[in-house]
Design a protein around this ligand. Structure first.
Ligand code: SAM
Length: 301
């Protein structure tokens, strides 16, 4: 005869917090205590203050189970953002799951760079290539209320998340999400020569660096969002060669790059011809992070 599993012992919020904190610190999570609090706040739908004020409150068995599963996932190095389903970007809250890259603060520099260029074309059309969670297109759409966006990704699961985020932030009517390879989906919309800016944070981790990524990234973020080929610049190269056809004369091509990639990318752009360098932005760590090119008026693609 099969015996039923024993009911978990009644436990308090503070005991659960201690159990989570030690599980996470044992797994090498640097900010273990705070992360345990954030997981508990999320799972119990409560606040840090309430956790402190009602530390001795008993947690129901079903809730205990849910919290312990979340602690276990985090101890296995799944990023906290996937557990909580949320990441802030440009002051907006984005839904994230394992089908999308977690938006990074450096990428906000790309958004700022596009805004600073004060694009005046009418209609103002911007293409976001490899949109993932939609963070770039959605943040730009909020900042540029007259612009319309075409956001592509080869992952349908990512586009579903991006669409949810566009709806959440009230810009769904101005962002078209298209599945396909890089700029290819723009063809069906006859956008050749009409796009004011092509922006992209493409996958840019060089093959040899993939294995050195921290476990959270290497094991849980989508490989299709990371792997950028031998030198990490495979997608930048393809975009430099294909974007000219879609950009209006004087249009911008704005890229995020990884450490040490800005120089080689500029050399590729010079060799390609048709572009002039139009900006370089360093991140908080002093690394060249955003590179901007302008399509020359006379360029033929
Ligand atoms: C580094 S992530 C960037 C996601 C988002 N734009 C951001 O900044 O957080 C790159 C994205 O490019 C997408 N991608 C990879 N290869 C692609 C391709 N050939 N065509 C279109 N999108 C692609 C991935 O699915 C992923 O969502």
């Amino acid at each position: 005869m099969k015996l039923a599993a024993p009911a978990p012992k009644a436990t308090t919020r503070s005991a659960l917090l201690r159990a989570g904190g030690s599980l996470l610190s044992g797994a090498g999570i640097p900010n273990a205590e705070n992360e345990a609090i954030w997981i508990l706040e999320f799972a119990l739908g409560t606040s840090r203050l309430a956790l402190r004020l009602e530390a001795n409150r008993t947690v129901a068995a079903s809730e205990q189970d849910r919290v312990m599963k979340l602690f276990a996932r985090r101890a296995a190095r799944e990023p906290l953002q996937y557990l909580l389903g949320s990441q802030e970007f440009c002051g907006l809250d984005f839904l994230v799951d394992r089908s999308v890259l977690i938006p990074r603060p450096e990428t906000e520099l790309l958004v700022e760079q596009v805004i600073q260029h004060n694009l005046r074309t009418r209609p103002l059309i911007i293409a976001d290539i490899g949109t993932g969670s939609g963070c770039i297109a959605v943040a730009l759409a909020r900042a540029l209320p007259t612009a319309v966006f075409y956001a592509t990704d080869r992952s349908l699961a990512a586009l579903r998340i991006a669409e949810h985020n566009a709806t959440r932030h009230g810009v769904k009517d101005r962002v078209r999400f298209l599945v396909g390879d890089l700029l290819e989906p723009l063809r069906a919309h006859r956008l050749e020569g009409k796009v004011a800016a092509v922006v992209s944070n493409p996958p840019y981790i060089a093959d040899r660096e993939l294995l050195e990524l921290q476990p959270e990234v290497r094991m849980f973020e989508p490989r299709v969002a990371l792997a950028g080929g031998g030198d990490g610049l495979e997608f930048h190269r393809r975009l430099l060669s294909d974007a000219g056809e879609f950009l209006a004369p004087g249009g911008l091509l704005v890229f995020e790059v990884g450490q040490g990639q800005a120089g080689p990318l500029s050399e590729i752009a010079v060799a390609q011809g048709g572009y002039a360098q139009a900006g370089l932005v360093r991140d908080a760590a002093g690394l060249d992070r955003v590179v901007c090119f302008e399509r020359k008026n006379s360029a033929k693609f």
